[in-house]
Design a binder for this molecule. Structure first.
Ligand SMILES: [Zn+2]
Length: 307
């Protein structure tokens, strides 16, 4: 069956009706399958015609079926208006650090942001800046935070001075990990290891496990030590490795800080930011390599756990 769709390019309302009637008559459709196919073709062209027509203000075709389809398509094709941006400014009491929070997509979280999150951010961002100083570096004094709906399974990430927060994940963690997660991201803002390229003509690469380990060390062992979220237990002891990143590395860093050098984090951060990170930083600070320290760390945990 040759269902020739009508040409709607020039004058759609005029040309469409005769073609529709002619098709119905001449093709003598007798089965519902054939009719469905014709209607699908008509609907397809109706949508095209509707989009082409609208800007010129021409009236819609008068055929009732077409009109119905065309109206539906008109509704569906209407541009979705973007929500009006809702961005709120916050600052530390001394006015030194400023934060803007985009809650456009999260009006339900505004109260939590205002009463719970931002007091913590305003309190802890200056502390993190003070923990991680280095010569020739000034931490950002403006930070942006934004709730987003397109982050998949990633709770949060930081790019430059902007922290992106996964809205569904935050909604599920308001009384759980939400604030600690933001603390971790604020550490990334302050770390700014991209500075190494400007500070050093031949910068070394700082491993990701060091970068993430420092962020989680500040979160779990300084911001919220009581939560004990980065413990080595009998359950995870055999599988953890010092450079697993995040919580495990945070635990390793904490052990080295307590056992060897209280300034280790400062030294690692300075080297990373200046593009001079290497295993020598650990050697100079503790007299041992990371592998030797890792062996000692495992032994200390085995003893503590009675393993
Ligand atoms: Zn991170």
């Amino acid at each position: 069956m040759n269902l020739q769709a009508p040409d709607l390019t020039a004058e759609p309302s005029f040309r469409f009706r005769p073609s529709w009637k002619a098709a119905k008559l001449s093709l003598a459709l007798t089965t519902s399958v054939a009719l469905a196919a014709l209607l699908a073709a008509v609907q397809s062209r109706a949508a095209t015609a509707d989009v082409a027509q609208s800007p010129s203000g021409q009236s819609l075709p008068t055929h009732s079926l077409f009109r119905k389809i065309a109206l539906v398509e008109t509704k569906a094709a209407a541009p979705v208006e973007a929500p009006k941006p809702v961005i709120t400014d916050f600052a530390t009491p001394d006015g030194k650090f400023k934060f803007s929070v985009d809650t456009t997509l999260a009006p339900d979280l505004f109260k939590w942001v205002d009463k719970e999150l931002m007091p913590v951010v305003c309190d802890w961002y200056p502390r993190i800046v003070a923990m991680l100083p280095s010569d020739g570096f000034t931490a950002a004094d403006k930070v942006q935070l934004e709730f987003r709906n397109d982050m998949g399974g990633i709770p949060a990430y930081t790019g430059g001075t902007k922290v992106s927060m996964n809205l569904p994940w935050f909604r599920s963690q308001l009384q759980g990990e939400a604030k600690g997660c933001v603390i971790h991201e604020l550490v990334h803002v302050v770390q700014h290891y991209g500075h190494a390229a400007a500070a050093n003509t031949r910068p070394t690469q700082t491993p990701g496990w060091v970068c993430e380990g420092i962020a989680d060390y500040i979160r779990w062992f300084i911001y919220e030590p009581k939560s004990k979220g980065a413990e080595i237990t009998k359950g995870n002891f055999s599988s953890v490795h010092f450079n697993d990143s995040y919580r495990t590395t945070a635990n390793f860093l904490n052990w080295v800080v307590e056992a060897h050098d209280k300034d280790l984090i400062l030294k690692l951060n300075t080297a990373a930011r200046q593009g001079s990170y290497s295993d020598k930083v650990w050697q100079d600070a503790t007299g041992k390599s990371t592998e030797q320290l890792a062996t000692d760390w495992k032994a200390a945990n085995a003893k503590r756990l009675g393993l």
